[in-house]
Ligand binder design. Structure first.
Ligand code: ACM
Ligand code: ZN
Length: 296
């Protein structure tokens, strides 16, 4: 499916009425196979490509060597900034394999011309170029934490998501904040609501603190907050609500309350009234019993 410009205007206005800013994420250079299916000339190989019907990481990404790529993305972003008043535009920059760039003469020429060390630096160069374009429109950019792999980018807000054997989300947030970058924290350990409650329980979400304890007050001021992610490749709307609620309630309270002021038992007691509210609003939510289990 797709959104028309009128659909977008409706969503933005609906959110604005509720004091919410919609931040669009226009993914680059990876996760771009849908765009490349229509514009294969913007890839390194020329395609052809099909729109993916499953989620996952794809090797075909925008070619960083071809000027057409930037003309295309700038014209897309011109349209995006018209529609979204958000001061931030998210550019993604996660999960972009460099296999094609390594073999592409255009990308290799770009690396030489720009004096870059490798394909990771090429990604940072790519993002900085788009970031500079958006700065001329008065917008700032957000990128997922992979952007740090290619050296320090320019004026960006980093969104930390990876938390696994190789990546420690708290350490990544701390490093970014200490480096003077604004940070949004959304680690897979607490914030991926597309995961089931058996992996991320309500109680786990309630303990989330986006600010690493080691930061000074000044450094901590760079942590803008957190985001819970609901990737929807496999989720019709009823499933989205069921995954989001009640965990969104725990997440929201965690974002509004310093860790010291949080009281799980108190929150737990107040949940019943939230369920009544959700019922009245027709919002589906996940297992009510889940929070009882989580307190045991
Ligand atoms: C992400 O989950 N790839 C940001
Ligand atoms: Zn290329």
């Amino acid at each position: 499916g797709y959104y028309t410009q009128d659909d977008i205007r409706e969503i933005v206005a609906y959110a604005e009425d509720r004091f919410i800013t919609v931040v669009p994420e226009i993914e680059m250079p990876g996760h771009s196979q849908a765009a490349l299916a229509s514009y294969p000339e913007l890839s390194c190989t020329g395609g052809p490509f099909k729109v993916s019907t499953e989620w996952g990481i794809r090797e075909d990404i925008y070619c960083a060597g071809k000027e057409e790529t930037f003309r295309f993305l700038e014209s897309v972003l011109d349209e995006v900034v018209e529609l979204f008043p958000s001061p931030y535009i998210h550019l993604g920059a996660d999960e972009a394999p460099k296999d094609r760039w390594e073999k592409c003469p255009d990308c290799q020429r770009r690396i030489k011309e720009e004096g870059l060390a490798d394909e990771r630096e090429l990604q940072t160069w790519f993002i900085n170029r788009i970031g500079a374009y958006l700065a001329t429109k008065g917008r700032r950019i957000i990128c997922w934490d992979e952007i740090f792999e290619g050296g320090l980018p320019g004026d960006i807000t980093v969104q930390v998501w990876r938390d696994d054997v190789e990546h420690n989300a708290v350490a990544h947030v701390a490093e970014a904040a200490k480096g003077g970058f604004d940070v949004i924290s959304s680690p897979t350990s607490h914030c991926y609501f597309n995961e089931g409650v058996e992996r991320i329980s309500l109680a786990q979400v309630y303990t989330f603190d986006p600010v690493p304890p080691e930061l000074t007050a000044d450094q901590a001021s760079h942590v803008l907050g957190g985001e819970c992610n609901m990737w929807t490749e496999y989720a019709p709307q009823e499933a989205v609500d069921g995954q989001m609620f009640p965990r969104m309630l725990a997440f929201t309270e965690a974002m509004w309350s310093p860790t010291a002021g949080r009281d799980w038992q108190d929150f737990h007691g107040r949940l019943e009234s939230h369920y009544k509210r959700l019922d009245a609003m027709g919002v589906t939510y996940g297992e009510k019993g889940e929070f009882i289990q989580a307190t045991e």
